[in-house]
Design a protein around this ligand. Sequence first.
Ligand code: ATP
Ligand code: MG
Length: 562
Amino acid sequence: MNEDAGNNFIQKLIEADVASGKHKGDVVTRFPPEPNGFLHIGHAKPIVLNFGLAKTFGGACSLRFDDTNPSKEDDIYVEAIKRDINWLGYDWGERLFHASDYFEQLYDWAVKLIKDSKAYVDSQTPEQIRENRGTLTRPGVESPYRNRTVEENLELFARMKAGEFAEGEHVLRAKIDMSSGNINFRDPVMYRILHSRHQRTGDKWHIYPMYDWAHGQSDALEGVTHSLCSIEFSDHNPLYEWFLDAVGVPKPRTAQTEFARLKITHTLLSKRKLIRLVEENHVSGWDDPRMPTLAGMRRRGYTPKAIRDFIERVGVDRRDSMVEYQLLEHFVRQDLNQTALRVMGVLDPLKVIITNYPEGEEEWLEAVNNPEDPTTGTRKIPFSRELYIDRADFMEDPPRKFFRLAPGREVRLMHGYYITCNDVVKDADGNVTELHCSYDPATKGGDSPDGRKVKGTLHWLSAKHAIDAQVRNYDHLFLSEDPNDVPEGQDFTDNINPASLTVMTGVKLEPSLATATPYSHYQLLRKGYFSIDPDSSADMLVLNQTIGLKDTWAKLQAKQKS
Ligand code: ATP
Ligand code: MG
């Protein structure tokens, strides 16, 4: 978090609590994901917020898995969530908790509520329960089972726990107020029967607590001082308070504060929908570089720092707003500009023969790795008689503003020599297949001793040293700014951009990349930022296009100002 609270109203609130000695000045936060999918960029907001605030105030932040629905949850997700939080730069240390750690305690508390006539077993069908809950304009209807005796409730609840009933046959509900204006108070379900095997408690339980029943008590049991959650939970907070009163947790206890959910243009942030993209094979997996998951972004080449900076910049607000995707890209570009090593790669190779360079000879020239970071030093790149340049850097009949290579024109090869194009070789169809150029040995390193100026500087490769690669180019996965905004009768999958992935083959790279490791970042000079994909093999590197060089966000801002 920022040293000054900036646009973070929650930080100001905690400052005030600490100053007034509430919770004895302690700050304990938590991030409570449900392990039913991979984390997405929306989750980065509560992660940065909770771990960041704990750090700012010298407090602690826990990771608590909200593992209350075994039918949807999996260890694969648990591991992915831990990996992604660590990757973002945060650590829960010893504070790894699970809602399932409290199943026993929650059960005992439920029994207490039954004994206090504050809970009952309802045997309506799930449809009846839904129907009788009412709506915002129509009050609910009390269940015919609402006035069962304590004894009957205790017996039925024990048998639910023992697995004697089928799923959906009974639920345990809190007995509150079926006509409450807050629908959460209309006898909320506390337990349902599920015969799924739980990844931590195995087959021990046949009933599982609902999120609302587990959440507030979990916070209280862990001594959470500030429970931060997204805005849709504000109507649930009075219920958490009711439950805590009912089970007898003394005050002062956890205080809940809500913040707006992060929304980004062209981006879907809902695990329920992301899981469909994976299961219906619209993408290659949770870590497909087009996915808004942290795993996908990592593979795409986004950095933890860029994501943290983006989240800080978006700030914490109670009002929902849609953030431009370009803002995220802006921070990715800013970080990669500082950290990515510069290398040369030719996406669409055109052969260049240096006719006055001796056959069979080669030399290794010095090239800086990152002008933004001198500590990264230099490397050697090979020069020889046969080179590649990018086809787009040559025009036979150039317009006035084209400063790259053309017949009779001289350009600089970056870190290399000046070359002049003397001849254009074509195939029978008139396609350019080769350029014959001459080089000036006096311009080694790219400087002319006589002060002769050239307008173009090109990236290039020595043909025989170049290694093979393919590049995966990405565009938004969804066509609309709001992927959920689709015509009647369609769903978000109809909005998928058919051109979100395009593959370029026949790409050539400088030999220093032969030892590049998956997930590392590079700037291909003049082309953009790329990451090494784990699909790479010894004879074929696979590059993910991370982002272009031009700051489209800065441009957008300038346009809006003018
Ligand atoms: P989803 O709708 O994607 O399933 P969720 O809220 O159900 O998200 P959880 O695993 O329950 O996912 O989320 C853990 C925490 O992350 C919750 O406190 C939730 O409020 C928060 N969170 C999830 N999505 C966002 C978002 N887009 N912006 C801010 N916070 C979010
Ligand atoms: Mg959820």
